[in-house]
Ligand binder design. Structure first.
Ligand SMILES: Cc1cc2nc3c(=O)[nH]c(=O)nc-3n(C[C@H](O)[C@H](O)[C@H](O)COP(=O)(O)OP(=O)(O)OC[C@H]3O[C@@H](n4cnc5c(N)ncnc54)[C@H](O)[C@@H]3O)c2cc1C
Length: 489
């Protein structure tokens, strides 16, 4: 990027939502506001702040992006709309897939911890706190994942704050990313909204980890909205033991995935149980109707950390009113799901919902166009690239689609550079157009590693006052290796 562009005074305020202002075509019809009347907002002077790197969204990817950037010495601001960090990792999922290659599915395949660096450090610290199983091996379901990493959602949130603080990140929670200041293909700054009012945050490098691609949309990057997944909220069930759930499935010869690991301070306890071919009259039918998943994980006695309820939104996940309708529908489904478990699982008679996802969990929102789009073949053939920023070895479609020979593929740097914007990275569920490839790249541990990669890269760009495409690969690779990232070539 032309360095002078950073200092140009002609700033254009990007308010690219809804999608009407985006360069890309939406695959579905995103509604414009129905009103024919408009109010013209008066212009207003906003207080300014300056940083080197701004990370929008402190979820699964954004947390690690901010820590990585802060550790590189960049003045880093993290903007998160909720009151905590962690995103869908602490709101939706069951197990955190996956720090290892799928060695259990391929006889003779070497066991490799392929995601290391800051995400692995985080898990080690969480495990020490008693908030994570670590990496116990699956007993059954070994063609799907080799290990099971389950977490305690609340300890995860606490550790996230601690590690952000240690990395000197300026953390703005309860703060919405509401606009972008764009000029000549570069973001100059972003607009935030909080109870302290609207502010303009200027920086050199920007990272979109909002899951929805909000910053990319505000910056007029190309995107589509594939609408190719069910959305899904999850609930935690208290007064419900995973041992009783296991006995229930066993009595119906329906045991699928099992893993034993540390639970409430004791080793070798059940931490993951999933059903296979569960066919209990009425129960199965009702569970299917409300999209209730029969896999659960926990790290606590007498508590199921995650039970998921899936729902395919008839409209769009980026339409406020469609999402509001979905929130109501899924909340009803979760109530029905807990009632069903209470009725049918012996020992669950006094179970109750103790936690729900705070807002709709999506598997994909906007798909952001980047310089490279990872393909299905890249993933299953285990391809590596000259600009890999980490390697990954899990596929959520396994055993139907697996990475060749239980190996890994590389995530190239180009796959994280937002097309058409010179100083913006995208990380998390918003990359990878092919649904089958996305079923690998979107998983939690991949998102975390993407975060570390872009956080490191953004800090280096800020130090060099250069754009994403001007950053040399060698110093980036060296910085990632120094911070523990594992490569296979
Ligand atoms: C229900 C469900 C179950 C899943 N189960 C599993 C599983 O079992 N195992 C697995 O490995 N993967 C699972 N996944 C996939 C994986 O969890 C997600 O793909 C991944 O966590 C997405 O990470 P992300 O960083 O892209 O988004 P998120 O984690 O959602 O982070 C986005 C963050 O940005 C914030 N944000 C959004 N917009 C703004 C804004 N305008 N301003 C400020 N902040 C904003 C959000 O509050 C959020 O914290 C599941 C996904 C879902 C939806």
């Amino acid at each position: 990027m032309n360095r002078r562009r950073f200092s140009r005074q002609m700033l254009i305020l990007g308010t690219g939502l809804p999608a009407g202002l985006a360069a890309g075509q939406s695959m579905i019809n995103i509604q414009e506001p129905e009103s024919k009347e408009f109010y013209e907002e008066p212009s207003k002077k906003l207080p300014l702040r300056h940083f080197d790197v701004v990370v929008a969204g402190g979820g699964t990817a954004g947390l690690f992006a901010a820590i990585a950037s802060g550790r590189q010495g960049a003045r880093t601001m993290l903007i998160e709309s909720k009151g905590y960090c962690g995103g869908i990792a602490v709101e939706g999922g069951t197990a955190i897939h996956s720090f290892y290659n799928l060695y259990t599915a391929f006889p003779g395949c070497a066991k490799r911890k392929v995601i290391r660096g800051i995400p692995a450090e985080f898990m080690d610290r969480l495990t020490e706190m008693g908030g994570c199983t670590g990496y116990p091996e699956m007993e059954t379901g070994r063609g799907y994942d080799s290990i099971c990493t389950a977490i305690d959602t609340e300890q995860y949130k606490l550790l996230a704050f601690n590690m952000l603080k240690e990395a000197n990140v300026f953390v703005a929670v309860n703060t919405l990313l509401a606009g972008a200041i764009v000029s000549d293909g570069c973001i100059q700054g972003v607009i935030t909204e909080s109870r302290s009012g609207r502010e303009a945050i200027m920086a050199k490098s920007f990272i979109d980890c909002t899951g929805y691609g909000d910053l990319c949309a505000h910056a007029h990057a190309e995107f589509t909205v594939p609408n190719d997944y069910d959305s899904c909220n999850s609930f935690s069930l208290a007064n419900a033991s995973i041992d009783d759930y296991y006995k229930f499935l066993e009595s119906h010869s329906a045991i699928g995935q099992i893993c034993r690991g540390p639970r409430s301070g004791e080793e070798n306890k059940l931490v993951r149980v999933g059903a296979e071919e569960l066919n209990i009259p009425e129960f199965s039918e009702k569970a299917k109707k409300i999209g209730m998943s029969m896999i659960t994980t926990t790290v606590r006695d007498n508590y199921l950390m995650y039970v998921k309820c899936n729902y395919k939104i008839p409209g769009s996940v980026v339409n406020r009113d469609d999402v509001a309708a979905a929130e109501i529908e899924i909340r009803q489904r979760m109530a029905q799901g807990s009632e069903l478990l209470r009725q049918y699982v012996p020992g669950f008679e006094k179970a109750f919902i103790a936690r729900t996802s705070p807002s709709l969990c999506i598997r994909r929102g906007r798909l952001i166009s980047c310089d490279y789009d990872i393909t299905h073949e890249d993933v299953i053939d285990g391809r590596h690239f000259d600009d890999d920023v980490f390697v990954y070895g899990f596929h959520d479609f396994a055993p139907r689609f697996q990475i060749k020979d239980g190996g890994t593929y590389g995530i190239p740097y180009r796959a994280l550079c937002v097309r058409g914007v010179e100083n913006l990275y995208a990380a998390g569920m918003m990359i990878t157009s092919d649904h089958r490839a996305h079923m690998s790249t979107r998983n939690t541990v991949s998102c975390m590693a993407q975060g570390q990669a872009v956080g490191t890269a953004a800090a280096l760009c800020a130090a060099e006052s250069c754009g994403t495409r001007e950053l040399s690969y060698t110093p980036l690779r060296e910085a990632l290796e120094k911070d523990g990232v594992y490569f296979e070539r």
